[in-house]
Design a protein around this ligand. Structure first.
Ligand code: HPA
Length: 277
């Protein structure tokens, strides 16, 4: 199946299972999938049922779409995402974003667990993503461009919607939550960085580093979706503290900040437009 055929098949399958079209998409990172459990009147569709979708493999990722109501808005959540490091090609990593667009989504909230490069951060901090640096060594738009979907050379100067960033800051303020704001560096993974790499990334202007998000955001912008990004700083990046990095630590920290994370994203969704743009 071509990507276009996969999008069409997935769209048909999903549309037949839901009554109302979602306008907000949520991509939930490692340990952050709990948000999907808050969705009311939910229709859950395992990735294995969706044509063209790979099945997610990483611990802490469930592998289903959850579609329903959150804070009075129609949302579609990816409980578990696909990573480049799992060996999936970029067009599969980003297929769900294309499908979200096809079923009516106009804005997405992309979340992830990330290592803190900025030494003023601490594990458990939430960071609104202001911008990113793509160091994956790839780009999901490489290959022929479908002009019906988006332009050949999409602008990335406002990859993260300034309007949604403001809304995020307001939402944080409203619930008394202090959040960071910074630049997310997208690395391919799956090995964590070396201390030398982290010093380099700091020099380059990175505040947090992770192994996801960047491909999805590029495709979202290609599809003219508005993006809001949130990183959960799950650990300090390599070489900052005198301790090794582990996936267990990442999962422990996301578990620890679960309550704030849920409250924060719900407050954001509450303030977002529910209508299609
Ligand atoms: N580096 C890369 N990816 C990550 C990290 C990190 O320190 N923490 C969580 N995801």
């Amino acid at each position: 199946m071509s990507t276009v055929e996969k999008i069409k098949a997935a769209e048909e399958l999903i549309s037949n299972k839901i009554q109302k079209k979602p306008s907000i998409g949520l991509i939930l990172g490692s340990g952050l999938g709990v948000l999907a459990d808050e969705i009311q009147n939910a229709v859950r569709i395992p990735y294995s049922d969706i044509p063209g979708f790979p099945t997610s493999t990483v611990a802490g990722h469930k592998g289903q779409l959850v579609i329903g109501e959150l804070e009075g808005k129609q949302v579609v959540a990816m409980q578990g995402r696909f990573h480049f490091y799992e060996g999936y090609p970029m067009d599969l990593v980003t297929l769900p974003v294309r499908v979200m667009k096809a079923i009516g989504v106009s804005s997405i909230i992309v979340t992830n667990a990330a290592g803190g490069i900025n030494e003023n951060y601490k594990p458990g901090d939430l960071m609104l993503i202001r911008d990113h640096i793509n160091l994956t060594g790839a780009n999901p738009l490489i290959g022929p461009n479908d002009d019906a979907v988006g332009v050949r050379f999409p602008d990335m100067s406002q990859a993260y919607s300034p309007k949604l960033l403001d809304l995020g800051k307001q939402a944080a303020k409203n619930i008394g939550l202090t959040v960071q704001e910074g630049v997310y560096v997208g690395n391919p993974g799956p090995s964590y960085e070396t201390p030398a790499e982290i010093r380099m990334l700091r020099t380059l202007g990175g505040d947090a580093v992770g192994m996801s998000t960047v491909p999805e955001v590029i495709v979202a912008r290609h599809s003219e979706l508005q993006v809001l990004g949130i990183s959960c700083i799950s650990n300090m990046a390599a070489g900052i503290l005198d301790q090794p990095l582990t996936h267990e630590e990442v999962m422990e920290t996301t578990e620890m900040v679960k309550t704030q994370f849920l409250a924060f994203v719900k407050e954001i969704v509450k303030r977002m437009d529910g209508e299609k743009k």
